[in-house]
Design a protein around this ligand. Structure first.
Ligand code: FE2
Length: 286
């Protein structure tokens, strides 16, 4: 399993890292009173420098920076040493295990987990897990977690004033088929505030985990929705400095997936290796 780095694999390290207090007297890297304008200026400076570097012949950065300053808390908690000192076979002795029988076919539908229907825009997110040669990656455990349509997670530290939906947990899982395909039926998540700076909001997103064939291969990423106005403002999305790599995290609206009077459809393929690789939360990228 990749240890957490500068991106939000779970909510304990994302939206709730900094104290709730907004104090103008607070100084330092977690100063929650900083303005979006301040952050946006930093984001623009880094992007401009990256473009200059690429124009000068440097390779485009397709993976997120661990020391991406606009993502304030990441500066204090991203790994500075190689975390991989454990024998993977030893980990397998006490890590969770799963088999095909453990995954129910209904677990990929997040809209049927309670007696009532969750509130929000019903969507289907489907795509394929592929290797760098375009070959399907079969029987992969794909897990997702997300906020509800109001942007609220069921998490004790998410206390911002948006409603909990009693009919929505925000978690689901499935196994890829022989063609590498996966499909989730869910509710479109809302954007939500976090404590990176004053008035910081995350673009709507769904967290994805791919388990691989053993625990040490787990990879984690996020999927976004097309046209989100918060992309330019979000230090997590912007910590990937290459626009093409960012684009690969954004699903495509697909009217062929959309169902008559029932749901909206999005397509998102996950590419594990090669030039078109989907960004993943790396443990050894610096
Ligand atoms: Fe999130």
């Amino acid at each position: 399993m990749s240890p957490q780095q500068n991106t939000d694999t779970d909510e304990s390290t994302e939206a709730f890292t900094s104290p709730v207090v907004i104090d103008q007297a607070v100084k330092g890297p977690d100063d929650a009173a900083e303005s979006q304008a301040t952050l946006s200026a930093e984001i623009a400076d880094i992007e401009s420098q990256h473009k200059q570097d690429v124009a000068a012949g440097k390779k485009a950065e397709t993976q997120p920076r661990l020391n991406y300053a606009p993502y304030r808390s990441s500066i204090l908690r991203h790994p500075t040493k190689d975390p991989r000192h454990t024998d993977p076979e030893t980990i397998e002795l006490f890590s969770p295990a799963f088999g095909h029988r453990d995954i129910g076919t209904l677990e990929s539908d997040l809209t049927i987990q309670a007696d009532g229907e969750p509130i929000g825009e019903r969507i289907r997110v489907t795509g394929r897990v592929l290797d760098g040669e375009g070959r399907p990656v079969r029987n992969q455990l794909v897990e997702i977690w997300q906020a509800n349509s109001a942007g609220r997670y069921i998490h004790k530290r998410d206390q911002h004033p948006a409603p909990i939906d009693p009919n929505f947990t925000g978690v689901g899982r499935t196994l890829t088929g022989d063609d590498g395909s996966y499909s989730f039926t869910t509710i479109k998540p809302g954007p939500y505030p976090w404590k990176n700076h004053h008035n910081a909001w995350r673009p709507a997103h769904i967290h994805f985990s791919l388990f691989g064939s053993e625990f040490t291969q787990r990879m984690i990423t996020q999927m976004y929705f097309p046209g989100d106005p918060l992309f330019a403002l979000d230090p997590i999305y912007q910590s990937i400095t290459d626009q093409k790599a960012r684009d690969r995290l954004v699903a495509t609206y697909d009217h062929n997936i959309t169902e008559h009077e029932f749901l909206m459809g999005y397509n998102w393929d996950i590419v594990l290796t090669g030039a078109n690789r989907t960004w993943m939360e790396e443990e050894d990228d610096d």
